[in-house]
Design a protein around this ligand. Structure first.
Ligand code: OXD
Ligand code: MN
Length: 591
C-alpha cells in the first residue's frame, strides 16, 4: 500500500484498524475523477450500483439498500461519553470502553474478502475526518457530499485534530446495528448498516453530533439548519438559517423559487446549504454561517417541478439515487409525486417488478434519497465556498403542527428565541425509523443530532447570546407551514409562497414593519402578509386563522413542555434558569 501521508496519528490509527477488520485490499481515495469512475464501474460489475441512462442522466447511478436498512436508526445511535450525564437524557448512552469492545467484536475480520477504502472527508476550511469503509456506495456518496481528496490530507499535515470514522457494512444484522459517536475521542464507529445517514459519517455523525460537541468546547455552533440568501428589490442579500426536523421541507425552503409577482420585483433566493450550518461570530460581531457539506442528500418523494425545480435540476447529473423506483423503459428513476406518470415497467425500491397502473405499494421508499453535487443546483449561492461564511439576519425554527403554532411568530429576544427552539415539536416523518405522524419534541431539530446533554446545549445557545450585541444578533422566529383546517386540508400553500413569510421576517429584522404582540411572541398583522396572486387559495379569513394563537391549545402544550422538561430534571440535567423563566412567562400569558 502506498501511503499518502506521513501523519503518524493517521497511519497508526489506520494500521490498528487494518489489523482489526482484515481487508483483502486497501485503497486510498484520492478524489480524482478517474478513481471515482473506476469505482463506479466496479460497483456496477457487482450489482452494488446500477448505471442509469447516460444521455438523460449523465454520471447518475441507482443503489438499493437492504429492505430493513432504509432510514437513520435513532434507537441504535449512541453517544459514548465517559459518563451518562454528559450524554444527557435525550441520547442513548454507552460507556466508551464497553462500546469499543462490543463494536470491535462486531467489526473484527469484517472486511475479509472486501476492500477497505480510505477517504479524507470534511470541510477544507475547518474540520477534517477520515472514514474507513468497505462500501463503494459510501465512497461514491462521500465524494459528492464532502470535499474529498489528497488536498485534505495535505491540509491536515501532522496534526492529530481529525475525526476517526470506521464503517463496516458487515452482514446487515439489524440486531447488531450501531451508530456510535465518541465525542471525547473524535471517533465514530458505524456497523451493520449501508443506509445514507448511518454510514456517510461526514454528515450527521461528524458535522452534527461530533461537531456540536466541538462547537460547545470551542465556542461555536453546529446546527441542523439550512442557509439561504434572500435578495430583495433593493439588490441587497440577507441570509437566513432555518432548523426543521428531518423531511419537513428544508431542502425545498433552501431552494425556494419566488412567486411570479415577487420575481418580477427582483426577489431571488440563493442556496448556501440545505441541512447543516456551522456558525460562529465574525470580527464585526455578527454571526456567520458556513455549510460544511458539498452536496445534498435530499428526500426524493415529493420533489417535483412545482415543489422544488432547483433540487430536481440538481439531480440531473452526477447523482446517486437510493431506494427510488427504477423505470426499465428508459433506464431512469421515478418516485411518488415526481409526476402523474408512474412507470409501468419498473423495479421498485425492494427490487421487485412494479407497475404504476396496478401497484398497491409505493415504487420508491418514502425515505428514498438523491445525493446530488451542490454545484449542480441552479440557485447555488456565489458565497457557497466563502470560508468566512455569510452573515445571518434571522434564525427560524419550525415543524409540522396541524393545529398549534401560527404561520410565523417572532420571539421577544434571544433568550426567548432559545426557549422557542427548546420547545420545538413536530409530527414525525419517514426520515427516521418509527411511527409517522406522532408529535415529538425535537429541540432546535437537534434531538437526534446533539452530541452531548441537551440542557448544556441550551446553555451554550444562551452563552453565545450573551456575547452578542442585541442589535447584531440574528432575530429568532418560529414558522409552521403545516397548519390544517378541520377537514385536514393545509391552510397555507407553502413552497414558493413561503417567501411571503420570509419577506415579513426580514422586514421585522430591519424594523420596517409592526407586529401584534400575543402570549407566545409577535405575529404579523394580517395585512402585512402579501397575498397578491394567491387570493383564491388563501382567503383573508384563512390567513387570520393561520395567524391565530389559541390559548387553550397552548395551555395543553404547556403540559407537554412540562413533561419534556421533567425528563431533564429527573435525569439530573440542569435546565437553564432563563428557559424556566421563559416557560413561567408562557404559562402566565396563556392563562
Ligand atoms: C437528513 C435527516 O437526512 O435529517 O438530513 O434525516
Ligand atoms: Mn437533516
Amino acid at each position: 500500500m502506498e501511503n499518502y501521508t506521513t501523519n503518524k496519528s493517521v497511519l497508526s490509527w489506520i494500521e490498528d484498524k487494518i489489523a482489526l477488520v482484515k481487508p483483502d485490499n486497501i485503497v486510498w481515495i484520492d478524489g480524482s475523477e478517474e478513481q471515482i469512475e473506476a469505482l463506479r464501474a466496479e460497483g456496477c460489475s457487482t450489482g452494488e450500483m446500477i448505471k442509469l441512462n447516460q444521455e438523460l442522466l449523465p454520471d447518475c447511478y441507482l443503489h438499493r439498500t437492504a429492505v430493513n436498512d432504509v432510514a437513520r436508526v435513532e434507537a441504535r445511535t449512541f453517544i459514548c461519553t465517559k459518563t451518562k450525564a454528559e450524554a444527557g437524557p435525550t441520547n442513548n448512552w454507552m460507556e466508551p470502553d464497553e462500546a469499543y469492545k462490543m463494536l470491535y467484536d462486531i467489526a473484527r475480520d469484517s472486511y475479509k474478502g472486501r476492500t477497505m477504502y480510505m477517504g479524507p472527508v470534511g470541510s477544507k476550511f475547518s474540520k477534517i475526518g477520515i472514514e474507513l469503509t468497505d462500501s463503494i456506495y459510501v465512497v461514491l456518496n462521500m465524494a459528492i457530499m464532502t470535499r474529498t481528496g489528497l488536498d485534505v490530507l495535505k491540509a491536515l499535515g501532522d496534526s492529530d485534530d481529525w475525526v476517526r470514522g470506521l464503517h463496516c457494512k458487515c452482514q446487515i444484522d439489524e440486531e447488531k446495528r450501531y451508530i456510535c459517536q465518541f465525542p471525547q475521542d473524535n471517533t465514530i464507529i458505524s456497523v451493520n448498516s449501508g443506509y445514507g445517514g448511518n454510514v456517510l459519517l461526514g454528515k450527521k455523525c461528524f458535522a452534527l453530533r461530533i461537531a456540536s460537541y466541538q462547537g460547545w468546547k470551542e465556542g461555536w455552533q453546529a446546527e441542523h439548519m439550512l442557509i439561504l440568501g434572500l435578495k430583495k428589490p433593493d439588490g441587497q442579500l440577507r441570509y437566513i438559517c432555518a432548523a426543521f426536523p428531518s423531511a419537513c421541507g428544508k431542502t425545498n425552503l433552501a431552494m425556494l423559487i419566488p412567486p411570479e409577482g415577487y420575481k418580477k420585483n427582483g426577489y431571488e433566493v440563493f442556496t448556501v446549504g440545505d441541512d447543516i450550518s456551522w456558525i460562529r461570530k465574525g470580527p464585526d460581531g455578527r454571526l456567520y454561517a458556513i455549510n460544511p457539506e458539498n452536496g445534498f442528500f435530499g428526500v426524493a418523494p415529493g420533489t417535483n417541478e412545482k415543489s422544488n425545480p432547483n433540487a430536481l435540476a440538481a439531480t440531473k447529473k452526477g447523482t446517486i439515487f437510493t431506494n427510488v423506483c427504477h423505470n426499465l423503459d428508459d433506464n431512469t428513476v421515478w418516485w411518488e409525486k415526481l409526476d402523474n406518470n408512474p412507470p409501468t415497467n419498473a423495479i421498485d425500491w425492494k427490487g421487485n417488478p412494479w407497475d404504476g397502473r396496478t401497484a398497491t405499494e409505493p415504487g420508491a421508499n418514502p425515505n428514498s434519497r438523491f445525493t446530488a453535487p451542490a454545484k449542480n443546483c441552479p440557485c447555488i449561492s456565489d458565497q457557497f465556498e466563502n470560508p468566512d461564511g455569510v452573515p445571518i439576519s434571522a434564525m427560524l425554527f419550525g415543524g409540522r403542527r396541524a393545529k398549534l403554532a401560527p404561520l410565523v411568530y417572532q420571539s421577544r429576544d434571544w433568550n426567548h428565541g432559545v426557549f422557542v427552539g427548546s420547545i420545538m415539536s413536530s409530527e414525525t416523518t419517514a426520515a427516521a425509523a418509527g411511527a409517522v405522524g406522532v408529535v415529538r419534541r425535537d429541540p432546535m431539530a437537534m434531538l437526534p443530532f446533539c452530541g452531548y446533554d441537551m440542557a448544556e446545549y441550551w446553555q451554550h445557545w444562551l452563552d453565545i447570546g450573551k456575547t452578542l450585541d442585541p442589535d447584531k444578533a440574528p432575530k429568532i422566529f418560529n414558522v409552521n407551514w403545516f397548519r390544517k383546517d378541520e377537514d385536514g386540508n393545509f391552510l397555507w400553500p407553502g413552497f414558493g409562497d413561503n417567501l411571503r413569510v420570509l419577506d415579513w421576517i426580514i422586514d421585522r429584522c430591519e424594523g420596517k414593519v409592526d407586529a401584534v404582540e400575543t402570549p407566545i411572541g409577535y405575529v404579523p398583522k394580517p395585512e402585512d402578509i402579501n397575498l397578491e396572486g394567491i387570493e383564491d387559495e388563501v382567503s383573508e379569513a384563512q390567513l387570520k386563522e393561520i395567524l391565530s394563537v389559541d390559548n387553550n391549545l397552548w395551555k395543553e402544550e404547556a403540559e407537554g413542555i412540562a413533561q419534556f422538561y421533567k425528563k431533564f430534571t429527573d435525569f439530573g440535567s440542569k435546565i437553564p434558569a432563563e428557559l424556566l423563566d421563559e416557560f413561567e412567562t408562557l404559562k402566565k400569558n396563556v392563562q
